[in-house]
Write a protein that binds this ligand. Sequence first.
Ligand SMILES: *[C@@H]1O[C@H](CO)[C@@H](O)[C@H](O)[C@H]1NC(C)=O
Ligand SMILES: *[C@@H]1O[C@H](CO)[C@@H](O)[C@H](O)[C@H]1NC(C)=O
Ligand SMILES: *[C@@H]1O[C@H](CO)[C@@H](O)[C@H](O)[C@H]1NC(C)=O
Ligand SMILES: *[C@@H]1O[C@H](CO)[C@@H](O)[C@H](O)[C@H]1NC(C)=O
Ligand SMILES: *[C@@H]1O[C@H](CO)[C@@H](O)[C@H](O)[C@H]1NC(C)=O
Ligand SMILES: *[C@@H]1O[C@H](CO)[C@@H](O)[C@H](O)[C@H]1NC(C)=O
Length: 471
Amino acid sequence: METIRMSTLVCVLLCLFCSYSEARVHKHKQKHSHSHGHKHPISYISQPPSPPPESADPPSPSSDEDPDTSDGVFDVRAFGAVGDGEADDTAAFKSAWDAACQFDQSAAATILVPHSHTFMVQSTIFTGPCQSDLIFQVEGTVMPPDGPESWPTKNSKRQWLVFYRVDGLTLEGGGVIDGRGQKWWDLPCKPHKGVNGTTLPGPCDSPIALRFFMSSDLTVQGLKFKNSPQFHFRFDNCRGVHIENIVIKAPALSPNTDGIHIENTNSVEIYNSVISNGDDCVSIGSGCYDVDIKNVTCGPSHGISIGSLGNHNSRACVSNITVRDSTIKTSDNGVRIKTWQGGYGAVSGITFSNIHMDNVRNPIIIDQFYCSTKSCANQTSAVLVSDIQYSNIKGTYDIRSPPIRFACSDSVPCTNLTLLEVELLPAQGDMVLDPYCWNAYGDLDTLTIPPISCLLDGVPPSGADNESDYC
Ligand SMILES: *[C@@H]1O[C@H](CO)[C@@H](O)[C@H](O)[C@H]1NC(C)=O
Ligand SMILES: *[C@@H]1O[C@H](CO)[C@@H](O)[C@H](O)[C@H]1NC(C)=O
Ligand SMILES: *[C@@H]1O[C@H](CO)[C@@H](O)[C@H](O)[C@H]1NC(C)=O
Ligand SMILES: *[C@@H]1O[C@H](CO)[C@@H](O)[C@H](O)[C@H]1NC(C)=O
Ligand SMILES: *[C@@H]1O[C@H](CO)[C@@H](O)[C@H](O)[C@H]1NC(C)=O
Ligand SMILES: *[C@@H]1O[C@H](CO)[C@@H](O)[C@H](O)[C@H]1NC(C)=O
């Protein structure tokens, strides 16, 4: 008896709720969706935002979806997002993603983040694979909670928006992804932010704004990304990444705000973009190959960096990287390769061409003694650096360091460095006439400014090839 009465009651309530939700009262759906179910990458199939409407709808094959997304557009507001910059829109974004991800048509599904709204979204993992290609179209602003104090303790402090196992995703639009990094940069554990300019110990995790794991065929275009608490983008184990026409902007003194970092990722194109930040403009980690960077303007920043590689005696392999037709201005480094002592593997087949330097401190640098602490012991193994070409690198440098520096390890010399049309002049002050080379083998195809006489001819006597360089 009791149960029968209860279920009748539930049924009545449910039906009432259905017609209520038909009247587009979306705030309710947000409460009804499962905000706890998203911690694990596997949880992409979350519950539909509300019980499906039944008899209330006119019969039509596509009408068992609520909201109506038969056109393939999944507007986050239709899933309960408020967009006033205060309300927590996380559940709505997740629901829109889950629905779009299950959209089973030949056309791509579009998740729309409309303009003139600011959506506050907590740390979230958007998981694939999805039924069709997805377009994440951001026309408004998306931002996280403001700083570590407002970050829910149950959420990882290492990442904000994560895409996992997604194939065929385009992130685009005229909007802004704003990482609200200031309060993270000001943590007392960050360089010089403790009392009296000290750096205090303690947990210092800060979220990377956008992370992509094990995904392929990714396009990012047109958007503006600013003030990430840490790296703006990080790609791990991805394949086929096309980034075009984006702007990344953070203050020159914001700690660790790398623009784009790739790791174990291949077939990458980064084109026509402008990046200014407080750390590397683009950084390329271990396991990357077939990377093409073209028409990128960096600065202020720390330049374009391959490495650091070979940390903790690890094997690192990086090959076939091209950086061309780009500008680096007001930066600590221009084009850099950095490896730790004691690593294995190789960096090879790297071309830097047509790069304009504007007041850069180390325009051309290879550093095989990279060390982030006070001093690291020299070791007998190192990541081999070979087949590196610098052509048409022109512009100005900051005279505090030599414009060209090749510091290669004692046991594994750099080989086949080629310089062609390298002309670097002081931004102000006197020319630094002694480029630095240590154990660097290579050729000058044309005279350089400043002149270089320290490169060693030919190949190293012992032959650099050695099992430890195996990739
Ligand atoms: C900070 O510096 C001031 C002035 O030098 C000094 O009086 C104060 O004790 C320092 N505070 C700490 C925590 O070191
Ligand atoms: C280079 O990129 C900028 C945007 O950063 C764009 O305006 C310009 O047209 C691009 N140049 C070429 C030759 O594509
Ligand atoms: C190097 O990478 C480019 C893409 O950036 C690719 O087209 C080319 O085939 C690669 N070269 C080799 C030798 O693999
Ligand atoms: C490592 O080797 C380099 C080159 O021989 C030398 O300049 C440097 O002082 C050495 N560093 C240490 C910590 O021994
Ligand atoms: C390879 O190089 C390492 C140092 O990098 C050295 O210890 C080892 O003996 C070399 N092996 C051979 C076969 O030459
Ligand atoms: C030297 O490196 C260039 C690429 O920078 C490559 O084309 C060439 O084959 C290399 N030469 C040798 C002898 O390995």
